[in-house]
Design a protein around this ligand. Structure first.
Ligand code: NAI
Length: 488
């Protein structure tokens, strides 16, 4: 169903299937549903126009409809070409009270399997509204924020973005497509991005990689509006990044390959929050897990948790699975890929696809790519003097595999992340005068509130501090219970 400028999704007739899934997800998302109840009357997001760039899944549908239930107008795109669940996108467009013939929901611009050109067109669509433009961004990975910043910078300087070919001076295909979009968009209206940037009151950012970009912009003095780092709420990164991955990594591997994990050797690059969840889940399936790290603290943690810690180049021949979780670039090189065990399964669960050098592998003479099914490819390396022909299995073309090969994290853990997101949007909208230009975190009392909203559903009985105990440890009976420097 393509209605450019109005919405753009795969097929609106999938909306009923999506609505059933959304209804079940709502039951698993007590934090978001509690916010709907709390704010039904006061409508704290009235007047807010939110441009959202975040994986268009069933869970995100519940987030979107929470934002609208609180009074916001919303437009949405996915932050990855493979992560959209088409039935969820259709259901959001139709809306809870609309029909396929007369959609009454939110304009969504997302479908599973976008090209890079389509991806950036969709991102542009959420930022260029008919009539008044957005005044808030809800971002995951920072692409929407980057588009506003770069396009506004080009507009201010009057410089036309370069027009390179992929590979020229290290320009990636993604970067070339992005520059083409900025050039085209500024050509249509040289001042539109100046206005978009000026109208944005703030952005709330979902993930580690996007937060890194925000801190880089802030330290370069280039940040154009205040940002809230949602990722570093404890109830986000210590839950979604860890327990979410613990669920969705094996889900992605299983749906993609059905290769038994038990008894095999799994190599996990990175032992941060995502790496910890990845290693735990693979061990839970009976794999022998080897971790690679560059940070001595995380390497020591992995060792103390009972994992072998090694260098990637020393374990290429023994790993049956290689999973990157670093948020860093060129972690698995083309040479690494070519040196792996025959039929090794390789996937990335960090935000961007630059962790694994798929483009470099494609340039190896004689290498052949065979599609097994969408988002699962076998790459065959020709026989050489040292080695017979062999192949590896690459998931989601090196893009995050839990969303490309499966449906991402489950609802309950995303309820924690997205309750933080909604609170951050309210903070930016209601209290925008109080947030200076810079990157902020939500107050700890709100972090604790997010956790509280999820206790009852799990039958957790929380112990209450006595007044004497609270005085002894120097906190308030009602919280917050920890100092800012506490690490959980
Ligand atoms: P983190 O910073 O906690 O962990 C990354 C770890 O990788 C660090 O311990 C770092 O020392 C290590 N590392 C960096 N370079 C390395 C290298 N060359 N070799 C080995 N280890 C290396 O970050 P976090 O929160 O774990 O996030 C990781 C990535 O996952 C980010 O890109 C984040 O945006 C993404 N993410 C993806 C999710 C998904 O659903 N797929 C969910 C949450 C986060």
């Amino acid at each position: 169903s393509f209605k450019p400028g109005v919405y753009k999704v795969r097929d609106l007739s999938l909306a009923e299937a999506g609505r059933h899934q959304i209804r079940l997800a709502e039951h698993e998302m007590p934090g978001l549903m509690a916010l709907r109840a709390e704010y039904a009357e006061s409508q704290p997001l009235r007047g807010a126009r939110v441009a959202g760039s975040l994986h268009m899944t069933v869970q995100t549908a519940v987030l979107i409809e929470t934002l609208t239930a609180l009074g916001a107008e919303v437009r949405w795109a996915s932050c990855n070409i493979f992560s959209t669940q088409d039935e969820a996108a259709a259901a959001v467009v139709v809306g809870p009270n609309g029909t396929v013939e007369e959609p009454a929901g939110v304009p969504v611009f997302a479908w599973k399997g976008e090209s890079l050109e389509e991806y950036w067109d969709c991102t542009e669509q959420i930022l260029l509204w008919p009539g008044e433009g957005p005044n808030l961004i809800l971002d995951d990975g920072g692409d929407a924020t980057m588009l506003v910043h770069e396009a506004a910078r080009y507009a201010a300087s009057g410089v036309v973005p370069a027009n390179p070919e992929p590979g020229d001076h290290g320009y990636s295909e993604e970067r070339v497509v992005f520059l083409n979009l900025v050039r085209r968009s500024l050509g249509e209206d040289s001042q539109r991005w100046t206005k978009v940037a000026a109208d944005i009151k703030g952005v709330s950012e979902e993930t580690t990689t996007g937060v890194l970009r925000l801190y880089q912009l802030a330290s370069a003095g280039e940040l154009l509006f205040p940002a809230i780092n949602v990722n570093d709420s404890v109830t986000k990164s210590k839950f979604d990044n860890r327990y979410g991955i613990r669920h969705s990594l094996p889900d992605g591997i299983n749906r993609a390959t059905d290769t038994l994990i038990g008894g095999k050797v799994a190599v996990v690059a990175g032992y941060g929050d995502v790496g910890k969840g990845a290693a735990e889940s693979l061990r839970g399936q009976g794999a022998r897990v080897i971790v690679t790290e560059i940070d001595p603290i995380c390497a020591l943690q992995a060792a103390m948790d009972g994992y072998q810690v090694a260098r990637l180049e020393d374990v290429l021949g023994v790993g049956d699975f290689f999973i990157t979780t670093t948020g860093n670039v060129d972690v698995i090189t083309a040479e690494h890929l070519a040196g792996m065990k025959d039929k090794a399964v390789v996937g990335n669960i960090g935000h961007f696809d630059n962790e694994i050098d798929i483009a470099g592998m494609a340039r190896i003479p004689g290498v052949v790519r065979t599609e097994i099914k969408p988002q699962v490819h076998e790459w065959t390396f020709p026989a050489s003097e040292e080695r017979a022909e062999h192949s590896i299995i690459v998931l989601s073309e090196g893009r995050l595999l839990n969303l490309g090969n499966a449906t991402g994290h489950p609802s309950f853990v995303m309820s924690n992340s997205f309750t933080n997101q909604v609170m951050a949007q309210i903070e930016l909208w209601e209290a925008d005068a109080d947030y200076e230009l810079g990157v902020h975190r939500l107050p700890k009392i709100l972090d604790e509130k997010v956790a509280r909203l999820h206790l009852e559903a799990l039958g957790v009985d929380l112990t209450e501090l006595t007044k004497e105990q609270a005085e002894y440890i120097d906190v308030d009976v009602a919280g917050p219970y920890k100092s800012e420097h506490y690490r959980y």
